[in-house]
Design a protein around this ligand. Structure first.
Ligand SMILES: C[S@@+](CC[C@H](N)C(=O)[O-])C[C@H]1O[C@@H](n2cnc3c(N)ncnc32)[C@H](O)[C@@H]1O
Ligand SMILES: Nc1nc2[nH]cc(C(=O)O)c2c(=O)[nH]1
Ligand code: SF4
Ligand SMILES: [Mg+2]
Length: 193
C-alpha cells in the first residue's frame, strides 16, 4: 500500500530508524483502526519483492517494519528471505490472526477482540502490545499475557482517540503492575509518518 522511511514510533523499538512496508489487505475490522484505507488490498498497486528490497535498502538504516493491513494475510517467506539476504533486520507488526510465515528478528503481536490471535503466533511474540480503548482492556490484556512466552515484553498503548481518558488509567496500572510498560504512538506527537 505504501512505503516510507521513518522512526519506529511504538513499542520496544521506539525511536529507531526503520523502513516501513505497509501491505494492503485486512479483514480483522477494528472499529478504531487508524489505517482503514489499507483494508482493501485491491485498492493498492502491486509492488515486486525486488522493488521493495531496493527501496528499503536505499537509505542508511537496515531495519524494516512489515505492517499493514494485516501482513500475515500474505505469505511472507520470499519477501523476508530477500530482505535478510540484503542485510536487513525484519520486524513485523501483526494482530496474530493468521499463521506466521517468514524469517523475523522482532515480532510484535497486537491482538484484537474482532478476530482472535492464534496461540502459535502469541507464543512466538517478542512483544505483546495491547491497545487500551476502555477499562475492560486491562483484564483482556492479562488474559493474553498468560499466552505469551516468559520473556515477551508487555506494552499497554492507548487507542489514539481515547488517549486523554485512558492514559491516567494506564499510568496507574503500570505503577501497580510493573511488568507492563507504556507504549505511545510517538510518531503522531512528532507529526511524522
Ligand atoms: C495499523 S496496525 C497494522 C498491523 C496489524 N494489522 C496489527 O493490527 O497489529 C499497526 C499497529 O497500530 C495499532 N493501532 C491501530 N490503530 C490504532 C489506534 N487508533 N490507536 C492506537 N493504536 C492503533 C495496532 O494495534 C498495531 O499495533
Ligand atoms: N512511525 C510509525 N511507527 C509505527 N509503528 C507501527 C506502525 C504501524 O502502523 O504499523 C507505525 C507507523 O505507522 N508509523
Ligand atoms: S488488525 Fe490492524 S490493520 Fe487490521 S483493522 Fe485492526 S488495527 Fe487495522
Ligand atoms: Mg500506524
Amino acid at each position: 500500500m505504501e512505503q516510507f522511511y521513518t522512526i519506529q514510533g511504538e513499542g520496544y523499538n521506539t525511536g529507531r530508524a526503520a523502513y516501513f512496508l505497509r501491505l494492503g489487505g485486512c479483514d480483522v475490522g477494528c472499529v478504531w483502526c487508524d489505517v482503514k484505507e489499507s483494508w482493501d488490498a485491491d485498492a493498492h498497486p502491486r509492488v515486486t519483492i525486488t522493488d521493495m528490497v531496493a527501496a528499503a535498502t536505499a537509505h542508511a538504516g537496515r531495519n524494516v517494519v512489515i505492517t499493514g493491513g494485516e501482513p500475515l494475510m500474505h505469505d511472507l517467506t520470499q519477501l523476508t528471505a530477500a530482505l535478510h539476504a540484503a542485510g536487513c533486520q525484519n520486524w513485523i507488526e501483526t494482530s496474530g490472526a493468521y499463521p506466521l510465515t517468514g524469517e523475523w528478528d522482532w515480532i510484535c503481536v497486537s491482538p484484537k477482540k474482532f478476530k482472535a490471535p492464534l496461540p502459535s503466533v502469541l507464543a512466538q511474540a517478542h512483544e505483546l502490545k495491547i491497545i487500551v480503548f476502555n477499562k475492560s482492556d486491562f483484564q483482556w490484556a492479562e488474559q493474553h499475557a498468560a499466552l505469551v512466552g516468559e520473556h515477551t515484553r508487555l506494552y499497554l498503548q492507548p487507542e489514539w482517540s481515547k488517549a486523554p481518558q485512558m492514559m491516567p488509567l494506564i499510568v496507574d496500572y503500570v505503577k501497580e503492575n510493573p511488568r507492563w510498560q507504556v507504549s505511545l504512538q510517538t510518531h503522531k506527537y512528532l507529526d511524522i509518518p
